[in-house]
Write a protein that binds this ligand. Structure first.
Ligand SMILES: C[S@@+](CC[C@H](N)C(=O)[O-])C[C@H]1O[C@@H](n2cnc3c(N)ncnc32)[C@H](O)[C@@H]1O
Length: 178
């Protein structure tokens, strides 16, 4: 740590979170370039990560989920790509339409209430496991139990912040399981 640097303050933790999110999203956007399908952003919030994703992936359909809109007007997703409501319901509905077709899910759903967050993660996990294409990715700010998925280490450039990357086993890639 350099002179004057403070670890662990709210400011330092926010910076670590944002640096990590940026590194993970940029890595993921490059990883899915050859994988077709929409991107799902769970947790529009202030639109920071959505805005970054749409610039990284300008030609990709990005479906954005939240219970309400509190993003700046220029970060509100265009009509038809914003899905409002409780994630347990809206993500289940999306799974019915998009199972096995999604290239990337970014779930930024943390609220600061650890037990509520882990209950939400547990409820969403079966859907997050069903949505991606082979080789598709799930990024989340909370640890998830995704059966059969590989946990991927954080990419270079990530800071000291817990973030979770999972990849579906790629059955099309030399895997001869039925
Ligand atoms: C951490 S914020 C997202 C921050 C955002 N990605 C950004 O970069 O600005 C989490 C968001 O998830 C939403 N959220 C959390 N739990 C939810 C639920 N059960 N149903 C719908 N939305 C939920 C909240 O309303 C909040 O906007």
């Amino acid at each position: 740590m350099s002179a004057g640097e403070v670890a662990g303050s709210r400011l330092a933790r926010m910076i670590a979170r944002l640096i990590t999110q940026r590194a993970c999203l940029e890595w993921a956007a490059a990883e899915i370039r050859e994988i077709d399908g929409p991107v799902l952003e769970l947790g529009l919030g202030k639109g920071r990560t959505y805005d970054h994703l749409r610039r990284l992936l300008p030609d990709r359909e990005i479906l954005v989920f939240d219970r309400f809109v509190h993003a700046p007007r220029d970060c509100v997703p265009p009509g038809g790509t914003l899905v409002l409501g409780e994630l347990r319901k809206t993500v289940a509905d999306a799974t019915a339409r998009l199972a096995g077709r999604v290239a990337l899910i970014h779930a930024d759903i943390g609220s600061g209430d650890r037990s509520a967050d882990s209950a939400l993660g547990a409820d969403l996990a079966p859907h997050l496991a069903a949505l991606p294409r082979p080789g598709g990715l799930v990024l989340c700010d909370r640890e998830l139990a995704l059966d059969g998925f590989d946990r991927v280490p954080l990419p270079p450039g990530a800071a000291d912040w817990r973030y979770f990357i999972y990849r579906t086993p790629n059955h099309e890639d030399g895997d001869d399981r039925p």
